[in-house]
Design a protein around this ligand. Sequence first.
Ligand SMILES: [Zn+2]
Ligand SMILES: [Zn+2]
Length: 273
Amino acid sequence: MELWICVTCGTQFAPSEEPPRECPICLDQRQYVGYEGQRWTTLAELRASGLRNVFKEHEPRLIGIGSEPAFAIGQRALLVQSTEGNLLWDCISFLDEETVERVQALGGLRAIAISHPHYYSSMVEWAERFSVPVYLHAADQRWVMRSSEHLVFWSGERLDLFGGLTLIRLGGHFPGGTVLYWPDGADGRGALLSGDIIQVVADRRWVSFMYSYPNLIPLPAFEVERIRAAIAPYRFERLYGAWFERVVLSEAHAAVMRSAERYVQALAGQLPA
Ligand SMILES: [Zn+2]
Ligand SMILES: [Zn+2]
């Protein structure tokens, strides 16, 4: 039996002799099947290919972990060193012994939490290796391709974890789309770790909100207004998006508020001057 990984989205599937016929996550309109058609790999094959994980400190107690060369959609995880243990926010497909040792040296993991199915990646592999739970929003349970007793499905709008860390469901891109609030981040001014539930765009004073990023399908105005209202009460200076370079370094709360307004105005026909 083999644990097949989809090359385009990085999702690891339940054990099977033959590769799965298709990848539901890539067939979904929020993703796409690669130009060369559906392809599969395994962790052993990726290890043999020379892929490795790099660790980059974004700020004290926040370390980004991503693969080089980039694999799948270039996901990177964020290791948050809270006062009550480490949380891995989002996950990546590649895992090897060197990565395990480096994570252990940073204090190991207490839990994993994931924003949405595009980051489910090899989450069960990580959960088993570190013997930790993985918090997923129950609204996206149908996108889990490899089940495990480590998976914890939470529901509702908010879940307090530990060390001041809080999961907030914003929905939008996926019904269970979740962001992580880290009030101790940015020197105590607060940080939001958002995956692409709130997407940091090329002009990093702004963010955006889409149903599908690769296929450019927008969210309706009422959804963006709902997301804006749901996150408005939280205080945060910095926002960490889906990739290493996608960070709003300062005044991130104001950036989210004004970006939501710009988006809704554009949908109503008022393009920026
Ligand atoms: Zn896929
Ligand atoms: Zn996504």
